[in-house]
Design a binder for this molecule. Structure first.
Ligand SMILES: [Fe+2]
Ligand SMILES: [Fe+2]
Length: 167
């Protein structure tokens, strides 16, 4: 894919990173069913756990904030206001699971899960994988092309700089 706008490229790169993380998470959920929590000595899960801990509220939150606070209003001001509310609603619907998953990760500080905590983690993580992948797919198909069509080079440079500063 080639991009004329820096903002599209930045968002696309983050979408690919988040999708890869969700694929890793989905793989871990497939390997460890609800009654089979990963042990504290599971190195692959420990690294997933670290990456997830950083992304759930840090990287994903910053990405959502930029879309909601900067990008969607800019598109609306240019007569393209249909997509923002729908995507904002999807962000909001994922928040409780993101917060709860992070809390469950923090609770098992020694790297293992209590059986009940893993059952809950497994269910919520499965839901998040599904909803975030579908959200990313929607944005790749509809939002990225809209940014390419709608933002001129000057607005693009302004937003890209603001977003780079926030990273
Ligand atoms: Fe996005
Ligand atoms: Fe989004």
């Amino acid at each position: 894919m080639t991009f004329d706008r820096q903002v599209s490229r930045m968002l696309h790169e983050e979408h690919m990173q988040a999708a890869a993380l969700m694929e890793r998470l989905g793989g871990a959920l497939a390997r460890h069913g609800p009654s089979n929590p990963p042990g504290a000595d599971d190195a692959a899960f420990a690294s997933l756990r670290r990456d997830l801990g950083d992304a759930l509220v840090g990287e994903i939150e910053r990405h959502f904030r930029f879309e909601e606070d900067e990008l969607f209003p800019a598109l609306e001001a240019r007569g393209e206001g249909d997509l923002g509310p729908l995507l904002t609603e999807e962000h909001a619907s994922m928040l409780p699971a993101r917060l709860r998953l992070r809390a469950l990760l923090q609770a098992g500080q020694d790297g293992s899960f209590a059986p009940d905590a893993w059952v809950e983690f497994h269910r919520l993580a499965g839901e998040l994988v599904e909803s975030l992948l579908s959200h990313i797919e929607k944005e790749e198909v509809a939002l990225i092309p809209l940014i390419e069509e709608t933002l001129d080079a000057e607005a693009d440079a302004r937003f890209a700089e603001a977003y780079a500063m926030a990273r």
